[in-house]
Each structure stands twice: as structure tokens, then as C-alpha cells.
Write a protein that binds this ligand. Structure first.
Ligand code: G4P
Length: 176
């Protein structure tokens, strides 16, 4: 297996630890309590569990950005293409316009931040809809990749619950 891919299938993205997700959601809600968040957004699928818990603790709705394989041509829809370098695939990140308002202040939650492609795509959609991306909450940031830098340079605030400085076979080094 690729030594830069962390296996989290036992508690995040295959089997899901609900108590742990609840704690992560509570932590996001506490961290972003003063950001005036009106909705929590996530990108399907692994971000859904922590995003739902964060939304519950913030007492706001959660919206799932869908990954479609092709453009939807009819209806009020926002779409933008996202490349995944980790997986070598791309998709149309998709949001129906009825689930976003211009006065929304959005907290985006995702499981991993690697190159920041997914979060940058979500930010594009939110900007296109005229709403505000008020903050980004990440479970696991791979700090040796350029995602955080990219998002910060674009003016977004990123809060990561775990920051990994180095990954190697059998080694996980956290940022101090
Ligand atoms: P980026 O958005 O930050 O640029 O990330 P990138 O394209 O490189 O990675 C995209 C996919 O790869 C995401 O899943 C992400 O969760 C996953 N990923 C990245 N690094 C790791 C890792 O170290 N371990 C695991 N298990 N996954 C990783 P996805 O394809 O968007 O789908 P989903 O899992 O949310 O359904």
C-alpha cells in the first residue's frame, strides 16, 4: 500500500465510530461557535458522519455536496469539476441551488485535507452561489501536502483536529 495513504477504515470511512464522530462534531461546534454558522456543508461520502454531528451540535442543517460523473444540464444547479490526485479521478461537485442562500455562512467539514482540491471546489461553488465560506473543519490534515497553504492563500480559515507532518510505513508523525 502507498505509504502516504493513512488507513482509517476501522473508525472513519468504512466502519464508523459514532461516539468518536459525536466528539469530533462537538469539538467543531465549540471551535466555530462564534462564526455565525448557518449551515454545515460536506462532500460525500466520508465527511458526512462528522459533518452531521457538527450540524447537530450547532443546531443547523447539513448539506451534502454530491460527486456526479457528468454535468446536470437542467435545473438550478451549481457544478464545478474537481480532480483527486490521491485517487487519480475527477468528478462534478454538485449542489442544488435550493440548498444555499446568499446570506448563508457555511462551515465546510471534510475527513482529509491533502492537496485541497475538494475544499477549493466547494469554495468555488459557495462563492458562485453568493454565500460565505466562514470556515473549514478537517479531521486529518496531511500537512506535508499543500492543501492548507492553498486554502489560506485564498483567504479561508482552516481548523484541523489532527495534523500529520510525516507518514511512512508504520510511522505517523504529528505536527507539534
Ligand atoms: P484533496 O481534495 O485535499 O486534494 O485530496 P485528494 O484529491 O488528494 O484526495 C481525495 C480523496 O482521497 C478523498 O476521498 C480523501 O478522503 C482521500 N484521501 C486523501 N488522503 C487520504 C489518506 O491518507 N487516507 C485515506 N483513507 N483517504 C485519503 P474521496 O475520494 O473524495 O472520497 P470519500 O472517501 O470522501 O468518499
Amino acid at each position: 500500500m502507498d505509504s502516504t495513504v493513512l488507513k482509517v477504515g476501522s473508525f472513519i470511512n468504512h466502519q464508523v465510530d459514532s461516539d468518536f464522530m459525536n466528539e469530533l462534531g462537538k469539538d467543531f461546534a465549540e471551535h466555530f461557535a462564534d462564526y455565525g454558522i448557518t449551515k454545515v456543508f460536506t462532500i460525500e461520502s466520508s465527511g458526512i458522519a462528522p459533518a452531521l454531528m457538527a450540524a447537530k451540535h450547532l443546531n443547523v442543517p447539513m448539506v451534502i455536496l454530491k460527486k456526479q460523473t457528468s454535468k446536470i444540464l437542467d435545473g438550478e444547479v451549481y457544478q464545478t469539476r474537481v480532480m483527486s490526485f490521491t485517487k487519480g479521478t475527477s468528478y462534478e461537485l454538485t449542489l442544488f441551488a435550493e440548498f444555499i442562500d446568499k446570506d448563508d455562512r457555511i462551515l465546510l467539514i471534510d475527513d482529509f485535507l491533502a492537496n485541497g482540491e475538494a475544499a477549493t471546489g466547494a469554495a468555488r461553488l459557495i462563492r458562485e452561489a453568493g454565500a460565505t465560506l466562514a470556515g473549514i473543519g478537517i479531521l486529518i490534515e496531511k500537512s506535508f501536502q499543500k492543501g492548507r497553504q492553498r486554502l489560506e492563500e485564498a483567504g479561508y480559515y482552516v481548523y484541523s483536529q489532527a495534523q500529520i507532518a510525516r507518514l511512512d510505513t508504520g510511522v505517523i508523525e504529528f505536527v507539534e
